[in-house]
Design a protein. Structure first.
Length: 239
């Protein structure tokens, strides 16, 4: 099966410091692929470069398209979306307006946008209940749901999630990962960067371990979860 996303020999530098060094990553449609690793390993940089937010060297191919040819908005139009770590919501705007901004690239098709909005409200009933509230009044879990919902308004084929569980209580973390798994079941492919390695590997189909800017291990998520090196370093146990 052809790759939906293929990253080859990716390099990203901040000045003279190379944060991502020669990373290669492949994922197929219908997969959840996770990238785990310590703070400062280059995980967020990897996603930002793939999304077109950072300059990089190497090749990023999405659905057979060399993304070097597309700017950020064009990538979104092709169904390639990023939910950033900081969520970047508009706090003074109501939930409904934040969601509608996610459909900006599809704004000319009002019927489709309304349909997408109803689908998001069906998936996230709490957002429907709070549609008139300002985003800044939401709880941490609700803000993450709003960030996910806003991305879904663009009808993505590939959704990149940067630390979706960050700062959330354990019960809410489980809910967020349940939602992530349900998105795969709905046909959305997901590239997941996550500090919670255990939850990420339990949810993903395939995983990569990123350390100091390069991939040190990769394989099916179930195999990584039982790899003694991964267990000792990231899962808080020993084999």
């Amino acid at each position: 099966m052809n790759a939906l996303l293929e990253i080859k020999d990716l390099h990203v530098a901040y000045g003279k410091v190379e944060a991502v060094r020669g990373v290669a990553l492949t994922m197929r449609a219908g997969q959840i692929v996770t990238v785990i690793g310590p703070n400062g390993a280059g995980k967020t940089t990897l996603l930002a470069a793939a999304a077109g937010l950072l300059r990089s060297r190497g090749t990023v191919t999405y659905d057979g398209i060399d993304l070097a040819r597309l700017d950020v908005e064009e990538r979104v139009e092709h169904g390639f979306c990023l939910v950033p770590e900081r969520r970047e919501l508009f706090g003074d705007m109501p939930v409904a307006d934040n969601l509608l901004l996610g459909a900006y690239v599809r704004r000319r098709n009002g019927t489709e946008v309304k349909q997408s909005l109803q689908e998001v409200y069906s998936r996230f009933p709490r957002l429907a209940e709070r549609r008139g509230q300002k985003a800044q009044t939401l709880s941490g879990g609700e803000r993450q749901m709003l960030a996910l919902g806003r991305a879904l308004m663009a009808r993505p084929r590939l959704l990149m999630l940067d630390e979706p569980s960050l700062g959330l209580a354990p019960l809410i973390v489980r809910e967020i990962f349940r939602i992530v798994a349900s998105l795969r079941d709905a046909g959305v492919s997901i590239l997941l960067v996550e500090q919670n390695a255990r939850a990420a590997l339990e949810t993903a189909d395939y995983g990569y371990v990123l350390e100091t800017g390069h991939v040190t291990h990769h394989g099916p998520a179930t195999e990584l979860a039982s790899d003694p090196r991964v267990v000792t370093t990231y899962l808080g146990g020993s084999s």
